[in-house]
Ligand binder design. Structure first.
Ligand code: NAD
Length: 286
């Protein structure tokens, strides 16, 4: 299959390389001039799209996605499929689909490690026809894909998932900070909660307390992992979506405010999102 891949950053570079290694003819483009092993370089997004059966984008945000789509769509051959794997707002995903119906929004979970190893999870929105074209490529770049519904459903699933993740990480960190002040040993707290009704992925798989639970960014001085600013981006997308459909998300809103303070007013930028624990440990009530 001929694939045009646009956005060869931390995630896209690995994904494009895995497609090329699997035998696909991949032509890539990134404004930063990034080159990837096994991937031919195009001079523009439109050139990468020319003659391709599938175009994949992995870009920072919805505004850039819309600009790239406007450039790429006139260059696409009929029956080519547009797959956007970026995390963007639901509206931008639907806007691309309105201009090119054979398209899939397919944000991912799994981070740079998953992109490198080809073990990402894809949550996809689009027609059955478009998903059928994309699914074999998801199998190369990942280990699981879920067809969530029509265009926009993939982004909806991603931001709902990450709103849960952001809020559970904040409250898990709050619980550790409270336990410390109550004199409860962190290991005992983990032993209880990880096997009780307070368990979650944040506690069990990504414990924010150093030296406790499976290895996590907390054990590496909170180097990301999943950076606090990326969590803030996803939480803001959840709030933008909630506003658009008049959904009440009080905890999601609060988690967004906490991450905004951490990243924009304090020293959270560039730290893993679980560094919310040392932040809260230093804070007092009120
Ligand atoms: P990144 O910033 O490393 O990569 C984005 C790339 O897009 C950059 O290399 C940039 O130069 C390129 N780009 C920007 N504008 C462009 C344009 N007009 N044309 C061509 N290329 C352009 O970001 P990333 O970490 O690879 O993330 C990509 C997407 O995946 C984001 O939407 C992010 O939210 C999402 N995501 C990231 C992670 C993660 O752990 N990094 C996890 C899940 C989802």
């Amino acid at each position: 299959m001929k694939i045009g891949f646009i956005g060869l950053g931390n995630m896209g570079g690995h994904m494009a390389r895995n497609l090329a290694t699997a035998g696909h003819k991949v032509t890539g483009f990134d404004v930063a001039g990034i080159e990837v092993d096994g991937v031919a370089n195009a001079a523009s997004s439109a050139e990468a799209a020319k003659g391709a059966d599938v175009i994949i984008t992995m870009l920072p945000n919805g505004q850039i996605l819309r600009a790239v789509a406007a450039e790429v769509i006139p260059a696409m051959q009929p029956n080519a499929c547009f797959i956007d794997c970026s995390t963007v707002d639901v509206e931008s995903a639907r806007a691309v689909a309105a201009d090119w119906p054979l398209s899939v929004d397919a944000p991912v979970s799994g981070g740079m490690g998953g992109a490198d190893a080809g073990t990402l999870t894809f949550m996809a929105g689009g027609s059955a026809e478009a998903f059928a074209i994309a699914a074999p490529l998801f199998e190369i770049m990942g280990q699981k894909s879920v067809h969530c519904g029509e265009n926009g459903a993939g982004q909806a699933a991603k931001i709902c998932n990450n709103m849960i993740l952001g809020a559970t990480m904040v409250v898990t960190c709050e619980a550790f900070a409270l336990a410390d002040k109550l004199g409860l040993d962190r290991q005992k707290m983990f032993d209880v909660v990880s096997t009780s009704s307070g368990y979650s992925w944040s506690m069990n798989a990504y414990c924010p307390a150093p030296g406790i639970g499976p290895k996590s960014p907390a054990d590496n001085d909170y180097q990301p992992g999943f950076a606090a600013e990326l969590m803030l981006k996803d939480l803001r997308l959840s709030q933008q979506a909630a506003e658009a459909v008049d959904a009440a998300t009080p905890l999601g809103e609060h988690a967004t405010q906490e991450f905004a303070k951490f990243v924009e007013d304090e020293d959270g930028m560039g730290k893993d999102f679980s560094a919310m624990l040392p932040r809260l440990s230093k804070m007092k009530r009120g």
